[in-house]
Design a protein around this ligand. Structure first.
Ligand SMILES: [Zn+2]
Length: 232
C-alpha cells in the first residue's frame, strides 16, 4: 500500500515537473519566434476586443509557423501564425475572419484552459499508473498499455470540451464587438477546405469535427437571439 502511494506521488510529481519544463521551453521558443503583427485592420479589431474586455493593451502578435493557426500562451499572449497572415495578405481571409481566431484564443486564456490541462495532465498520469497497476494483475504488461490508451481517450475528450468552450466565448465576443458569428463560421469552412485528408475518429481527436463546431456556434447564437430579441 505504502509502495503504491509512493508510486502515485512520484507519478504526479514527474508529470507536474514535465509540464513546468515544457512550459518554460515553450515560452523561450515563442519569444524567439514572435514579431509584431503589422496588420492595421486586424490590430484595430483586436483593440475592439480589448475595449469590450476592459483590456486596453490587448494585442496579438505574429508567430513564425508554417501551419495556419492561432495560439495562446498560459500567460495570455495571443499569436497568429505567419502561414495564416500570408494567406490573409493573398486575400484568403477577411480581417473579421482572422479576428475570430484571436477571439477563440482569448477564450482559452479567459477560461483558464491551460491550468485545467495541467491539472488534467497530472491527474491522468496518476490515474494511468493506478489503473495500470490494477489491470496488470489481470493482463500482465498490457494492463499499462490499456490504461495509457484509456487516458489518451479521456484527455482527447477533455480538450475537445475546451475547444467548444473557447468557440462559445469567441462567439459572444464577436457579437459584443458587433462582428456577428458569421465570420467565425466562414473561417471554419475555409479551414476545413485547407486541411483536407483523413481525420482521426472524433473520439481520438483533440479537436472536434468542424461541422459539429459550426453547428454549436449557430445553436449558441440562435439561443442568445431568442433570449434577447433585437429591439423592434
Ligand atoms: Zn482552441
Amino acid at each position: 500500500m505504502t509502495q503504491l502511494v509512493l508510486l502515485l506521488l512520484l507519478a504526479a510529481g514527474a508529470a507536474w515537473l514535465n509540464w513546468r519544463l515544457g512550459l518554460s521551453r515553450m515560452r523561450r521558443e515563442i519569444e524567439a519566434r514572435a514579431r509584431p503583427l503589422d496588420d492595421p485592420e486586424i490590430e484595430a479589431l483586436v483593440a475592439r476586443f480589448g475595449g469590450e474586455l476592459g483590456l486596453p493593451r490587448l494585442r496579438a502578435r505574429l508567430y513564425d509557423m508554417a501551419v495556419v493557426n492561432g495560439l495562446a500562451t498560459p500567460d495570455g499572449d495571443v499569436f497568429l501564425t505567419t502561414a495564416l497572415l500570408q494567406k490573409r495578405r493573398l486575400g484568403a481571409f477577411r480581417p473579421e475572419e482572422v479576428a475570430s481566431v484571436v477571439a477563440h484564443e482569448l477564450g482559452h486564456v479567459a477560461l483558464g484552459h491551460h491550468t485545467r490541462r495541467m491539472i488534467d495532465w497530472t491527474g491522468r498520469s496518476v490515474a494511468t499508473v493506478l489503473l495500470g497497476a490494477v489491470l496488470s494483475r489481470f493482463i500482465p504488461f498490457f494492463g499499462f498499455v490499456l490504461a495509457a490508451m484509456l487516458g489518451n481517450m479521456a484527455s482527447a475528450g477533455l480538450s475537445r470540451r475546451d475547444e467548444y468552450e473557447a468557440d462559445r466565448f469567441a462567439s459572444a465576443l464577436m457579437l459584443k464587438a458587433g462582428l456577428g458569428v458569421e465570420p467565425q463560421v466562414a473561417m471554419f469552412r475555409k479551414l476545413a477546405t485547407m486541411n483536407p485528408g483523413p481525420r482521426p475518429p472524433a473520439w481520438l481527436s483533440t479537436h472536434p469535427d468542424i461541422e459539429a463546431r459550426i453547428a454549436a456556434i449557430e445553436a449558441n447564437a440562435a439561443a442568445w437571439r431568442a433570449e434577447a430579441p433585437p429591439p423592434a
